[in-house]
Design a protein around this ligand. Sequence first.
Ligand SMILES: Nc1ncnc2c1ncn2[C@@H]1O[C@H](COP(=O)(O)OP(=O)(O)O)[C@@H](O)[C@H]1O
Ligand SMILES: [Mg+2]
Length: 341
Amino acid sequence: MSHRLSHIVLLYNEDTEILHGAPTDSIAVQSTVATAESVFQALLELEYPVYKAAIRESLEEIEQHLSAFDRRSTLVFNCCDGFRGVNRGAVDVIRRLEELGFAHTGANFASAQACIYKPITKAILIANGVETPAYQVFHSPNESFRLPFPAIVKPAAEDGSIGITHNSVVTNLRELRREVERVLVLYCQPALVETFIPGREFSVSILGNQSPEILPIAEQDYSRISDPLAQLLTYQSKWDPAAPEYYDIPALVPADLSKSEEQLVRETARRAFQALGLRDLGRIDLRLLNGIPYVLEVNELPDLAPEAGFWNSARAAGMTYPQLIDRIVQHALKREGWTLS
Ligand SMILES: Nc1ncnc2c1ncn2[C@@H]1O[C@H](COP(=O)(O)OP(=O)(O)O)[C@@H](O)[C@H]1O
Ligand SMILES: [Mg+2]
C-alpha cells in the first residue's frame, strides 16, 4: 500500500546558547532559524500543508510536536543541523525521528553519524577508493606527528568552518601542538589534523537518490589572496561581514573546468555521496591538486539559506528557491514510495 502525503512538518533547532567553542560561533549555529523560515516560506508558496516546529531544550519536544500527526502520511522536512548548541546533536534528532517512525528528508541516522564525525567520513571514503587528505586524529597535544607540514588542524565534528582560522594552518610542531590544544580545550572533541592541500577548491551540490543530479559546480575563488597557505574558508570568511576576507573569496558558478576535470570532480563527488549513503541532498567539498580530487568533507545537510552555496548552484541550474525545496520534498517522497494526496 502506498502512503499519501497529508502534512509536512518543518523541524529545526533553535539554539540559544552554544555548549563549547568561541562566542562568535553562535552566528553560524543560530543561522538555522532564518534558513528554516526561508524553507517554510517556500513550502507555503508551494501550497504544501506545512507546520513549523522548533526544538530547543529536549528531544522530547520532537515527540510532542509530532504527536498531532500521523506518521503514515507526515513527512518531516529536517532542518536540524545541531541540537542544544552541539553539532553532533543533529544525529540524536534523526535517531529520535526514526525511533518514532517518521519519514524525513535527508540523511538517515547511520549516514548522518558518519558525516558529522570527519574521521569516520574519511575512513569510509578511503574504503570506497575516494581520495581524501592524509590525516591523524589527536586526543592529546603531545602525540607524535607522522605527516609532513604544512598541515591543517580542525575540530573533528564541526561544520560551517567552526574552529577554523588562519592559525589552523600549521608549519611546525610548536604551532601544531598549540592548535591541537586549542581544539581539544575550546571544542571539547578530538582534533583532526590533515595534510594541507594547496589546490583549487570546489563545492559540488547534489540532489536525488538512485541516480543523483549533480548541480553546476562552484569554485571558491582565492585569486585575491596571494599566500597559498592563507587560501582557505575560515570561520570569519564565511560568517563575519566585518572581516576583510568575508569579501575576498567569491564563489564562481559554474566553475571554469576543462571537460575532463569537470568529469573527474563530478564523479568523485557522486562516489562520495553514494559511499556515505546520502539521501535527497548533499554537498561535497573538495580540492583538486595535480589531477587528484581530495574530498575534504561530506555535508549531509548543506546550508539551505538563500544566500548559501547549495542555492547558488541550484539557481545556476535554472531553479527558483521554491523549486529547489520542492525537489528535496519530491526526492524524499519518491524514495519513501509515497504519493501526493
Ligand atoms: N586538508 C585541507 N587542505 C586545505 N584546505 C583545507 C583542508 N581542510 C579544510 N580546508 C579548508 O578549510 C575549510 C573548512 O574545512 P572543512 O573540512 O570543509 O570544514 P567545515 O565542515 O567546517 O566546512 C575548507 O573549505 C578549506 O578551505
Ligand atoms: Mg566545508
